[in-house]
Design a binder for this molecule. Structure first.
Ligand SMILES: [Zn+2]
Length: 281
């Protein structure tokens, strides 16, 4: 599985009207998939074009630009811990290095391509693009020359897994449950098709054994890196797309459960953990 985000996703453009006015537009809301370091060979990025021009002559001008990434919503993406959440970085196109959350420069009479390096952690981010007008020009839209773009890093469309109506499974491993240190209260988001697979398997397993399996970590509400140690890092490298399911070990007849899960399209991974991918990628 491989994907790369390239090209024009945000366009920051100022149009200068000689002798007084400036006008510009930008994409206000953007949804992008999180970076997956163990799958993506090339670091995915989103292009941000920055430029300005004189509306009378059509010529690009030399404008100062300041781009700043900030956390829009703390604790977003299902993380009940905060501080230093990775929100991605900015760097000039074809520049090396990890970039920074702030980038400034001059457009030097052309359109500058900036790369937004997408983080592994999902969440709500804000990009402030400030392009003050040169002497003799003013901004009219917005009048303060500050463009705001809301960026949601997410696996879109995951559903919140409901408790079992018939008691054929239990939802476990949420922050607040006894012994759970992972600060993620909502740890049961999934693709709807994955939910159907695992809940069907749970139902059949219950029919055969009378035991309700404990469904532990699945994915966070916006997908992305699920950092069970609350530090924005793996070891949970899976659990990003809404297809992963961990099952509690206690009292589970693994071979039987594997067989039933397979029937519904789930594949067992790991030896020490009962981890299924429903379906396997
Ligand atoms: Zn977290």
């Amino acid at each position: 599985m491989k994907w790369i985000i390239l090209g024009i996703r945000i366009f920051v453009m100022m149009i200068f009207l000689h002798g007084g006015m400036v006008w510009g537009w930008i994409e206000e809301n953007v949804s992008i998939k999180p970076y997956v370091s163990y799958i993506d060979k090339d670091r995915p990025w989103m292009g941000i074009w920055v430029g300005c021009y004189d509306i009378w002559t059509g010529e690009y001008g030399d404008c100062i630009y300041e781009l700043a990434l900030v956390e829009k919503e703390p604790y977003s993406g299902g993380h009940e811990h905060n501080g230093n959440r990775p929100i991605g970085t900015l760097r000039l196109h074809e520049e090396n290095g990890e970039g920074n959350t702030y980038l400034s420069g001059n457009t030097e009479n052309e359109v500058v391509l900036v790369e937004y390096l997408i983080p592994e952690v999902s969440g709500e981010i804000k990009l402030d693009s400030y392009i003050p007008p040169p002497r003799g020009y003013t901004c009219i839209n917005p009048s303060d020359c500050l463009f705001i773009t809301n960026i949601t890093v997410e696996i879109a469309g995951l559903i919140k897994v409901p408790p079992s109506g018939q008691g054929t499974y239990r939802l476990t491993g949420s922050y607040g449950d006894a012994g759970v240190t992972s600060k993620h209260v909502e740890n049961h988001y999934a693709k709807s098709s994955s939910f159907v697979m695992i809940s069907s398997a749970a139902y059949d397993y219950f029919e055969e054994t009378g035991i309700a399996i404990g469904i532990n970590d699945m994915s966070l509400e916006l997908g992305g890196l699920f950092d069970i140690h609350n530090n924005w890092k793996t070891p949970h490298s899976w659990h990003r797309f809404g297809t992963s399911v961990d099952i509690d070990h206690l009292g589970v007849k693994e071979k039987l459960l594997n067989r039933i899960a397979k029937r519904f399209g789930c594949t067992r991974y790991e030896v020490s953990l009962i981890h299924y991918e429903c379906p396997s990628n």
